[in-house]
Design a protein around this ligand. Structure first.
Ligand code: ADP
Ligand code: MG
Length: 283
């Protein structure tokens, strides 16, 4: 194995220990301000490694965008951390807590399959709140609060099939945020929406983030979107997947259409593209 291919932030000493005594390796916490700590993650599909000895620290109260080549394991990564796909090895902790002890939210890429079709939009949200243990009264109060903060202008008493794609995805995001999760995972949440709706939803998500400060991990295959939305961009390599780089997006919020032409924004986007092209040579 070529150890030089390992991400440089993983000390070689820790790495050789992991190889010799994986079960007893002490858990190394992330730097101050870390929310999610992933250590020693391993995952293969059909004998082909996707992740090997993968370590990751996700900061608290920030939006992280995950960007990388198609098939590099972006969805699998957040699905493993969110407990939807099993890891072959390793662990993820949320400020030292297990997933079981943590309230998370998840927004799926395909909004058409995300909402319960036999429940009205409002009942989809109520259902999430009741599952999270809220009383009937608390559920109604929280629903009203969500309608206000999302500035919902359509009828939530409609069924999902009666709503547009954008409206359905908005309901999915409201449902995921309803129980006030500590972390919100979003897998390409806007990829099935038209451009106008995508712009609207990005800004909605940003304003909710500014109101709540919820840690968010958003997968995107659109570099401009990844940079626009994030405080930090996590750039991944081709599989077996490593961290290519972390890029800080020190562009003030609230970001808007004007941000896309801001020289600082353009520079950061170019830097990300440069890293991507270096790490992902064309075959
Ligand atoms: N359930 C599965 N069975 C077999 N291979 C899978 C499965 N899920 C994902 N993969 C493979 O793992 C790789 C990463 O997939 P995925 O996480 O969906 O990538 P991304 O979201 O970055 O496009 C791909 O090569 C994909 O084909
Ligand atoms: Mg994916």
């Amino acid at each position: 194995m070529n150890t030089l291919a390992v991400h440089p932030s993983v000390p070689l000493a820790a790495r050789s220990r992991a190889e010799t005594e994986p079960a007893t390796r002490p858990f190394v916490p992330g730097p101050h301000g870390t929310h999610i700590t992933v250590r020693g993650l391993r995952k293969s599909f059909a004998g082909q490694p996707l992740y090997e000895h993968f370590d990751l620290d996700i900061p608290k109260g920030r939006i992280v965008s995950v960007f990388g080549p198609n098939g590099c394991g972006k969805s699998t990564l957040i699905n493993m951390v969110a407990g939807l796909v099993p890891m072959d090895g390793g662990e993820a902790l949320f400020e030292g807590k297990t997933l079981r002890e943590t309230q998370i939210g998840y927004v799926f890429q395909n909004y058409r399959e995300a909402l319960l079709p036999w429940k009205r939009a409002a009942d989809n949200i109520r259902y999430a709140l009741r599952l999270a243990g809220r009383t009937r009264g608390e559920t109604e109060a929280r629903l009203e609060e969500l309608v206000r903060s999302f500035d919902v202008r359509f009828d939530l008493n409609r069924y999902p099939y009666e709503l547009s794609g954008g409206q359905q995805q908005l309901v999915s995001i409201m449902r995921a945020l309803a129980p006030e999760p500590e972390v919100l995972f979003l897998d390409e949440p806007f990829s099935a929406l038209d451009y106008e709706m995508t712009l609207f939803m990005r800004d909605k998500l940003q304003s909710i983030f500014q109101q709540t400060g919820t840690t968010m991990v958003l997968v995107s295959h659109d570099l401009e979107e990844a940079v626009y939305i994030a405080d930090r961009v996590l750039l991944l390599t081709r599989r077996p997947t490593r961290i290519a780089a972390w890029v800080d997006v020190d562009v003030p919020r609230a970001r808007s259409a004007a941000t896309l032409a801001d020289p600082r924004f353009v520079e950061i986007k170019a830097r990300c593209l440069d890293i991507f092209q270096r790490e992902v040579p064309r075959h």
